[in-house]
Design a protein around this ligand. Structure first.
Ligand code: HEC
Length: 398
């Protein structure tokens, strides 16, 4: 009698613990707990407030969303490594500020707008719309259905190179002015670190961040590695918790699906079986269009290269990409840059090749060239997501 009671109690504890565990992992690894203050928030990254705000360690993964026509830059891609950064946030009734600090041994200043020396830079993006029922945007600067606001700072000589954009995907940036935006980026030569603060009103005409959980993503450019444009390091969507606002449990359940866990290797296993996912990735013909990890036979540029997808994409985003490719349609800038150089015309130009277009337009509506795989069994989809989560580097990039 005593024993069964004990077992029952133990069983109960186990259940409640595991229920807590899923969320607590999410809060530990993916959430930036913002510090509330009733005072004004200074834009200075050396201000006292940043000693009080809690830091979250995040990883930024090398991303190549645009294949540059630059041999030197491309030759460095397989050698790139993930970058660790510490991020913090603070807010008051009116403004929010986001802090980021990352290691960089070689501060690169772009002399003027020269073409062979590139600046270190940093950006922060927020979705213009988010919350219950709204899917996460493409993290590489949004997509047509999910615009984002991007705040960018670059280390250019002689001027404060600071920009705000509305972006609907890479290559569709519209520069805007937002009142009350301030960005300060500094280099700490003793610790060889960059640190920056981005400050903006909680509510602008483009987005309202007054919510319990706000998606945010970070990017950094290393000028010394010839990085610029879509060649950079990128985090996946992280979430700022603003304790003053109500946390929507449904939205929390949506964004925390599939993780997170202590590191990416563990992550995959919790969603499904990555080894089986890899087999399914081959069997379902994904490798005919996508390059990913060891699968490098698809023509480069025919579909997004998935080599870094596990680091930069949230698990729920991957699941949605497989089930509903038309919701997030990624822009391809390289449609007319041919990798298979055949049939140049008399001017030595290569003909347009629709093989490299990632969508078709029917009645003005974009449709992804990727067919839906919604017919797969839910567990098979989870296994594929688990496999995709293991893809985090570019060592096979050619
Ligand atoms: C016929 C070619 C084709 C096939 C087959 C295909 N895809 Fe795609 N996929 C695309 C294209 C084109 C895009 C970009 C357009 C878009 O966003 O839908 C894409 C986008 C994606 C994305 C989003 C990438 C990103 O950078 O955010 C993921 C993830 C993905 N595919 C996974 C898969 C998986 C898994 C399979 C197999 C089950 C698969 N694809 C099969 C063409 C294909």
């Amino acid at each position: 009698m005593k024993r069964t009671l004990k077992a029952a109690v133990l069983g109960l504890t186990a259940i409640s613990l595991s229920a807590v565990a899923a969320d607590s992992g999410f809060f530990k690894y993916e959430v930036i707990d913002a510090l509330y203050t009733s005072k004004a928030i200074p834009s200075d990254p050396n201000a006292k407030i940043w000693e009080k705000a809690k830091g979250t360690e995040i990883t930024l993964y090398p991303q190549v969303s645009v294949r540059l026509n630059d041999k030197k830059a491309n030759s460095l891609i397989p050698k790139k490594e993930a970058i660790k950064a510490t991020v913090k946030a603070a807010y008051n009734g009116k403004n929010i500020a986001v802090y980021i600090k990352w290691k960089d041994d070689t501060p690169s200043l772009q002399p003027t707008l020269t073409t062979n020396q590139f600046a270190d830079g940093v950006s922060v993006e927020f979705p213009n719309k988010f919350g219950r029922g709204i899917t996460l945007p493409y993290v590489g600067m949004g997509d047509e259905n999910h615009p984002v606001t991007v705040y960018l700072q670059k280390n250019v000589a002689g001027r404060d190179y600071q920009k705000v954009f509305i972006s609907k995907g890479f290559g569709s940036l519209t520069e805007i002015k937002e009142n009350g935006v301030n960005i300060v980026m500094k280099y700490d030569s003793k610790n060889k670190e960059w640190y920056a603060v981005f400050k903006r009103p909680l509510k602008t005409e483009n987005s309202n961040l007054r919510a319990g959980l706000v998606p945010v993503a970070f990017a950094v450019w290393d000028g010394n590695k010839y990085e610029r444009d879509g060649n950079k390091s990128l985090s996946r969507w992280k979430f700022i918790k603003l304790g003053k606002y109500k946390l929507d449990k449904k939205y929390l359940a949506y964004v925390s699906w599939g993780g997170p866990y202590a590191d990416w290797k563990e992550k995959g296993k919790d969603i499904g079986n990555p080894e089986n996912g890899k087999k399914l990735f081959q069997q379902n013909g994904c490798i005919g269009c996508h390059r990913a990890g060891e699968f490098q036979t698809a023509p480069a540029g025919m579909a997004p290269d998935l080599s870094d997808i596990g680091g930069i994409a949230n698990a729920v985003y991957l699941k949605e990409s497989i089930v509903n490719p038309n919701d997030v349609i990624i822009r391809n800038l390289n449609i007319n840059r041919h990798y298979m150089k055949t049939n140049p015309d008399r001017f030595k130009a290569y003909p347009n090749n629709s093989m490299y277009e990632w969508y078709i337009k029917t009645n003005g509506k974009k449709q992804s060239k990727m067919p839906t795989f919604a017919h797969l069994k839910p567990q098979d989809i989870n296994d594929i997501v688990a496999y995709l989560k293991t893809l985090v580097d570019w060592k096979n990039f050619k």
